[in-house]
Write a protein that binds this ligand. Structure first.
Ligand SMILES: [Zn+2]
Ligand SMILES: [Zn+2]
Length: 240
């Protein structure tokens, strides 16, 4: 930045400029600017910037980000150091390529700081108690008597499924992560159609899983795909 004018207080200038042009910034431009701020190393290719804003080709990304930069440049009354308008807010680094081989723009620290100080983003790398207040908790939790409906499980089914798995998770096909206190590989038996949903307690509805896969089948984003995969890969299973 020094080559532009080293007497300027860039942070103050950028803050003023952003504040001034805020009403004119469109949704795509805002997404690009904040996306740029959040990117690792604040480095992004024009193509990525366009994608963030939902523009089709990189050209419209370049165009819209360029327009935003132009507004900033006009607001602070300083000509960008290179022909590309974007150079008023970021430095081009053609050698620092992203994973797709595109050179990247590095957002200037002063612009980032202006964005933070204007409160446009939550300040990063600075997780304080303000963001996540530590709950006090309870020293002695009250006793709650709860009543849940449990279904009886057939121990023979469980044992058969575990023995058939032979210490290998039937979902990820990795070895059980540890041995249990009875020296057996630790796996958990899961009913694909849950017993609570009237699934049967039979070997054609039960699989042996490592704890990770078991949790994933209950809570994972891709649990339906995992189940589908189990049905395809394990011949004894029957859809219920
Ligand atoms: Zn697993
Ligand atoms: Zn389960």
């Amino acid at each position: 930045m020094e080559q532009i004018n080293d007497n300027q207080d860039w942070l103050t200038l950028f803050k003023k400029a952003l504040l001034k042009i805020e009403p004119e910034i469109n949704e795509g431009q805002r997404k690009m600017l904040l996306g740029h701020y959040s990117a690792p190393g604040m480095a992004l290719s024009v193509k990525r910037l366009a994608e963030i804003a939902g523009y089709e080709g990189f050209r419209s990304g370049s165009l819209h980000y360029g327009k935003l930069a132009r507004k900033i440049s006009v607001a602070i009354d300083i000509i960008p150091p290179t022909q590309d308008q974007i150079s008023i807010i970021a430095e081009w680094n053609g050698n620092q390529k992203d994973e797709r081989g595109h050179g990247q723009w590095i957002l200037y620290d002063e612009v980032a700081q202006a964005i933070e100080e204007l409160g446009w983003v939550k300040i990063k790398n600075n997780v304080s108690q303000q963001d996540f207040p530590i709950p006090l908790g309870v020293e002695k939790p009250k006793e709650i008597i709860s009543q849940t409906t449990q279904r009886e499980r057939d121990a023979l089914v469980r044992d058969w499924v575990l023995r058939a798995a032979n210490g290998i998770c039937e979902c990820c096909e990795q070895e059980a992560p540890f041995e249990s206190s009875d020296d057996l590989p630790y796996l958990e038996v899961h009913h694909i159609r849950h017993l609570a949903n009237d699934g049967s307690d039979t070997v054609s509805n039960a699989v042996a899983l490592c704890p990770n896969c078991h949790r994933e089948l209950h809570h994972g984003k891709h649990k339906d795909e995992l189940v589908e995969n189990l049905y395809v890969c394990i011949p004894r299973l029957k859809r219920e």
